[in-house]
Write a protein that binds this ligand. Structure first.
Ligand SMILES: C[S@@+](CC[C@H](N)C(=O)[O-])C[C@H]1O[C@@H](n2cnc3c(N)ncnc32)[C@H](O)[C@@H]1O
Length: 314
C-alpha cells in the first residue's frame, strides 16, 4: 500500500486533494466480473465532473451509455431525485447489477436498461438517425427521441474512433430534448498509457514510444482542419499485442473542437441540423489516480489525466 497525496489547484474545481495509488484497485478502480471470474471492464473512480453531472440530475431524465454496474451515475442520480434513468451497456451482466441497485435503493421502476451491440457505433452514419435506428439491434428499453435531459458516457467513447464518436453525437442529437446536455468524460493524451507503442503516428516502426508533444500538436492540426485524424487516435492492437482493445481515442480541447466540427460537416452533408453546441471543454484530474507519469511533471499531470466535453442541444 503506497498512497501519495497531492494538493491540486484546478481553474474550475478549485483546490482539492488527490491521491496516487500504486495499483488500479488502490486508486478506486473496481473490476466488473463476467462469467467464471473474467474481468469485463472497470468502474472508474468518482470525480468532480461526475459529481456535477449527478448534482444536476434532480427531476431529470438521464441516459447513460456504457453504465457498467451503475455505481457512478445511475445509482447516485436516482438517489439525487432523477425522474428516471436509462442505462445501456454491451454486457447484460453489468445491467443486472444496475437493476439490483435500483431495487436496493427502492426505485426499481425508475430504471430502464438495454443491452446493445459493441458494434453500434461502427455502423454507417444514417440520413435519419433516431435513437432506435442508431442502437438496434438491442434487448431492453431505450429512450424515445427528444426526451432525455442529461446524457453521459464516462470512460466509454475513448474506446472508439473519431467516426464512432460521430455516431455517439448522432445519438445525443436524437435523444436529447432542446436544452438537454450530453457529457463525456475520457482519458486525455497526458495519461501515459499507450506511449510505449513502437509504431509512430504515421504507422512506422520506431524505437521509442510516441511523444506527447507530437500528439498534442497533431490534435491542434486536426482542430484547424489540416489533418484528417487527431494525433491522439491510435490502433492499440497494432502496437500492444497483449491488449484486446482495438481503438483508443484520447481527448483534449482541440480534439473536442475538431471532432464536433467534423461531425457538423457530416450532418450538413446528410442534410441534418447540427444543433449541439460546446458548453464545456476542459481537462482535470480525478481525486484518485493510479500511477505516476513520466511524460509530464506532476502539477501538469494531476490536472490533466481526464477530459470533459459537454454539449448542449440548442
Ligand atoms: C471503463 S468502463 C466505465 C464504466 C462506467 N461508465 C464508469 O465510469 O465507471 C467502460 C464501460 O463501457 C462499456 N462499453 C464498452 N464499449 C461500449 C460500447 N461500444 N457501447 C456502450 N458501452 C460500451 C463497457 O462494458 C463498460 O461498462
Amino acid at each position: 500500500m503506497s498512497i501519495e497525496k497531492h494538493m491540486v489547484e484546478h481553474p474550475k474545481f478549485g483546490q482539492y486533494e488527490q491521491t496516487i495509488g500504486s495499483s488500479l484497485t488502490e486508486a478506486g478502480h473496481i473490476p466488473l466480473e463476467g462469467p467464471e471470474g473474467t474481468v469485463l471492464g472497470w468502474i472508474m473512480p468518482s470525480e468532480h465532473a461526475t459529481d456535477a453531472f449527478v448534482g444536476s440530475s434532480t427531476g431529470k431524465i438521464v441516459f447513460e451509455i456504457g453504465s457498467g454496474n451503475g455505481e457512478r451515475v445511475v445509482e447516485p442520480a436516482l438517489k439525487n431525485g432523477a425522474k428516471h434513468v436509462y442505462a445501456v451497456d454491451i454486457f447484460a451482466t453489468h445491467l443486472e447489477l444496475v437493476k439490483q441497485a435500483a431495487v436496493r435503493i427502492g426505485r426499481p421502476n425508475d430504471v430502464y436498461t438495454a443491452v446493445i451491440s459493441d458494434q453500434w457505433w461502427n455502423k454507417e452514419l444514417q440520413s435519419s438517425p433516431g435513437v432506435e435506428a442508431i442502437l438496434l439491434p438491442l434487448t431492453g428499453v431505450i429512450p424515445g427521441d427528444g426526451i432525455v435531459d442529461l446524457m453521459i458516457a464516462r470512460q466509454v467513447v475513448q474506446f472508439g474512433s473519431p467516426e464512432s464518436f460521430f455516431r455517439f453525437l448522432d445519438l445525443a442529437a436524437s435523444c436529447l430534448r432542446v436544452g438537454g446536455e450530453v457529457w463525456t468524460i475520457n482519458m486525455s493524451p497526458f495519461l501515459e498509457y499507450i506511449y510505449d507503442c513502437d509504431i509512430d503516428l504515421d504507422g512506422q516502426k520506431v524505437q521509442r514510444g510516441v511523444r506527447l508533444s507530437q500528439i498534442v500538436a497533431r490534435n491542434r492540426e486536426f482542430m484547424l482542419g489540416v489533418r484528417k485524424q487527431p494525433g491522439g487516435f491510435a490502433r492499440v492492437c497494432d502496437c500492444l499485442p497483449e491488449t484486446t482493445m482495438e481503438d483508443f481515442l484520447y481527448f483534449d480541447r482541440d480534439t473536442g473542437v475538431g471532432l464536433v466540427n467534423r461531425w457538423q460537416e457530416t450532418r450538413r452533408a446528410r442534410g441534418l441540423a447540427s444543433h449541439l453546441q460546446i458548453e464545456e471543454n476542459y481537462c482535470f484530474g480525478p481525486r484518485s489516480i493510479w500511477k505516476r507519469n513520466k511524460l509530464v511533471g506532476m502539477p501538469e499531470y494531476l490536472n490533466r489525466e481526464n477530459h470533459v466535453l459537454v454539449l448542449k442541444k440548442v
